[in-house]
Design a protein around this ligand. Structure first.
Ligand SMILES: [Zn+2]
Length: 461
């Protein structure tokens, strides 16, 4: 069924430039810090009834516009738990009303210390935590930042770096088998002809939840220090695109040594968030400092719709109760419609950068490989999905999570485990399925991305 639907679905080829074109880049940002003066702001990501009591640092939407003279794409990152596709559609419609050929990709960092933009974390069960006025503010400011980024584009070159290190892995604790980390740091710096960075894109996979479930101060978490430090040392508007951060890539439980004391930074502390953000920034800077300019003459963005059967009874109940707000809806057949995208930067027909735009929290096995068959799995014979970074061919391969939607965890079907016995004969169920749309999410998304990757530019099918 999935394959038949995919074959029939329409692939939008949104941008395809010509080989002699010139890369241009622009950047802009806006704060999206909520006001605490107009009623409670419910903090998202952990339990219910966590009202914000103050602001530690600003939340941002940060955008980079890229163009090859022919068509343009704007890539925005926002310090939010997640944004539904329906909100993304509103941003796109507003931008297209003025610039019909300008496409916008918006990914959230998945910060757990910001407002509930989805509805799941209200004051009590059955009451939405989503404030439509705040979502409107996010939409307006994202539209402004996207338009300003596009309006300020100028000729640019690309510097790219790929950094792997045991230190990056040490910031991540994986609480579910198999222990697979996708800890590589990919950094793309788009620099003006004057050599000054315009936009600096950082792709790394880890939950921004250092501050934990008891914090009530609004903060961008480790991203706050990453932005500040990398902008100071390298420059450009720094944008964090989180990666395959599912199953379960978290700084909670990771021991991070404080060089000032020689001891691990206290769990759930601002100091721990600072140390992670600063070190990721420093490693990104070191990578960029060694990089050489790369020629880019073509910017391609393609996107395809994916339908996923919604089998999560709690999500369905929440949807029917209006917890997700009035805009969230299912397809007539009960499936959830979302989108998968591919950004490709090319030089003379060869890919230089490929980025998978994935609408949720991908398990790292689906990004870099390492799916396991365990006793207790609900679909023991399910084929393994092809890992996204293995099927891409560009020297720089990014997986951007929570892009254009947040559908929850995307779990390899062979590791899906909703029914006892539990994986590896565990006494309790593993955490994950409760926050996933269903077992078809991974195979459908992986197949849709492969289709995008292999479709020839310019072809409609
Ligand atoms: Zn998460």
């Amino acid at each position: 069924m999935a394959a038949a639907w995919l074959r029939a679905c329409l692939i939008f080829v949104l941008a395809a430039g010509c080989a002699s074109a010139e890369l241009r880049a622009g950047a802009a940002r806006r704060t999206i810090t909520p006001s605490l003066d107009r009623g409670p702001v419910w903090l998202a990501g952990f339990g219910l009834n966590r009202a914000a009591t103050g602001i530690h640092d600003d939340l941002w939407v940060r955008c980079a516009a890229l163009s090859d003279d022919s068509r343009s794409v704007v890539l925005c990152g926002a310090d939010l738990i997640g944004l539904f596709y329906e909100d993304v559609e509103q941003i796109r419609a507003a931008v297209r009303a003025r610039q019909p050929r300008l496409n916008v990709v918006i990914a959230t960092t998945h910060v757990h210390q910001g407002p509930d933009t989805m509805g799941l974390w209200g004051p009590k069960l059955g009451v939405s935590g989503r404030n439509p006025d705040y979502n409107r503010l996010v939409i307006e400011r994202t539209v402004e930042a996207a338009q300003e980024a596009a309006a300020t584009m100028r000729p640019a070159t690309l510097n790219a770096a790929q950094v792997t290190s045991p230190e990056l892995e040490s910031f991540i604790h994986d609480s579910r088998p198999p222990v697979v980390l996708d800890a590589e740091l990919i950094v793309l710096s788009f620099d003006g002809r004057d050599g000054k960075p315009i936009a600096t894109l950082v792709n790394w996979a880890n939950h921004p939840e250092v501050l934990g479930s008891k914090n009530t101060l609004i903060t961008a978490d480790y991203a706050a220090w990453l932005y500040q430090r990398l902008e100071q040392r390298w420059g450009g508007t720094v944008i964090l695109f989180n990666g395959a951060l599912g199953g379960m890539q978290s700084p909670l439980g990771a021991s991070v040594k404080d060089p000032d004391t020689g001891l691990p930074a206290p769990e759930a502390s601002f100091r721990k968030a600072e140390l992670i953000g600063m070190r990721v920034a420093d490693l990104a800077w070191e990578g960029l400092a060694k990089s050489k300019p790369l020629r880019v003459d073509t910017v391609v963005y393609r996107e395809t719709a994916v339908r996923i059967p919604l089998t999560n009874a709690n999500f369905r109940k929440a949807l029917e109760a209006g917890i997700f707000g009035p805009v969230k809806r299912l397809e007539p057949d009960g499936s959830l419609r979302t989108v998968v995208g591919l950004l490709r930067l090319e030089s003379r027909g060869r890919p230089v950068v490929e980025a998978a735009m994935i609408p949720g929290e991908l398990y790292p096995e689906l990004s870099r490989g390492g799916i396991e068959r365990y006793p207790g799995a609900d679909f023991p014979d399910a084929p393994f999905e092809k890992p996204l970074k293995q099927i891409m061919t560009a020297p720089f391969r990014l997986v951007v999570g929570l892009a254009n939607d947040e559908i929850g965890y995307i779990i390899p079907k062979a590791e899906w485990d909703e029914k006892p016995p539990w994986l590896k004969n565990a006494e309790r169920p593993w955490y994950g399925e409760v926050n996933s749309v269903g077992p078809e999410a991974a195979p459908r998304i992986a197949a849709a991305f492969e289709e995008l990757l292999t479709a020839r530019a310019g072809r409609r099918k």
